[in-house]
Design a protein around this ligand. Structure first.
Ligand SMILES: [Zn+2]
Length: 254
């Protein structure tokens, strides 16, 4: 373990977190991420460089817009900090082993899906495609083409399984049960966890979503429930504890 690398990855995570926030809150409403400058959501004032430093700007501006003094969402620094922590922890857990790169891809998806799915009920295609490319590239670099193809099959298995669940759910509840994004995310789950652990992640995600679903039922909210954030959170948890979960599966199946 190297303190310097850990700090560098933490800072890199802060910057990426800031970028993820822009991507996940602009792409779903078709706002161009390259042409539009970062601006205050209230007064539309263009932000200067010192207002765009992750976490520090928020503290320095005391959580308010410099121009119109509207409160800035606490989500900004929280998202940035979470990404920084996830990037640093990925290194502390795996060094620069192949799991590190998978962990970075999964952490980035976690952040992006949390923002876009809770805010707009959408899982963007581009982050899914980019993470799949990173994961496949990592497999190809550290293993061989056989390993890659096998894991693509695992991904397809979970993908088709979820498609089947959606088909049943739609018939049963006469409304959309699983979104297209959730099913595509299933491919990433199979690709990174394999079939038995992928199923563990799916069950875990249902458990994680339960308190949220019950609360929104209790509050009589008629809106749809985002399932993506719980799926990716469960995937990250199972991925981190993969070794332990494997012991459990070996124990259960002798
Ligand atoms: Zn403002």
């Amino acid at each position: 373990m190297n303190i310097f690398i850990t700090i560098c990855l933490f800072i890199l995570g802060l910057v990426f977190g800031s970028f993820f926030f822009v991507v996940a809150s602009r792409l779903p409403i078709n706002e161009d991420i390259t042409k539009t400058h970062s601006h205050c959501e209230n007064c539309k004032a263009t932000l200067k460089w010192y207002e765009l430093i992750p976490v520090f700007s928020y503290i320095f501006l005391r959580g308010k817009c410099h121009h119109c003094h509207t409160k800035i969402s606490i989500l900004y620094p929280l998202i940035e900090l979470s990404t920084g922590i996830l990037f640093a922890v990925s290194y502390l857990l795996y060094n620069f082993d192949y799991q590190f790169f998978i962990s970075i891809a999964l952490s980035s998806l976690l952040i992006l899906i949390f923002i876009s799915d809770f805010k707009y009920f959408i899982i963007l295609d581009s982050p899914l495609v980019i993470s799949i490319i990173i994961i496949l590239g990592t497999y190809l670099y550290f293993f061989d083409i056989k390993y890659v193809l096998l894991h693509i099959l695992y991904g397809l298995f979970i993908f088709i399984f979820l498609l089947f669940i959606k088909f049943l759910g739609d018939k049963l509840f006469k409304r959309e049960s699983l979104g297209g994004g959730d099913i595509k995310l299933g491919f990433v789950i199979g690709l990174t966890l394999g079939i038995p652990l992928g199923c563990v992640a799916l069950v875990l995600s249902a458990f994680l979503a339960l308190p949220y679903a019950l609360t929104s039922l209790y509050l009589n909210e008629e809106r749809e429930l985002p399932f993506g954030p719980f799926m990716i959170a469960a995937t990250v948890i199972v991925f981190i504890y993969m070794v332990k979960f494997n012991y459990l599966i070996d124990f259960l199946t002798f």
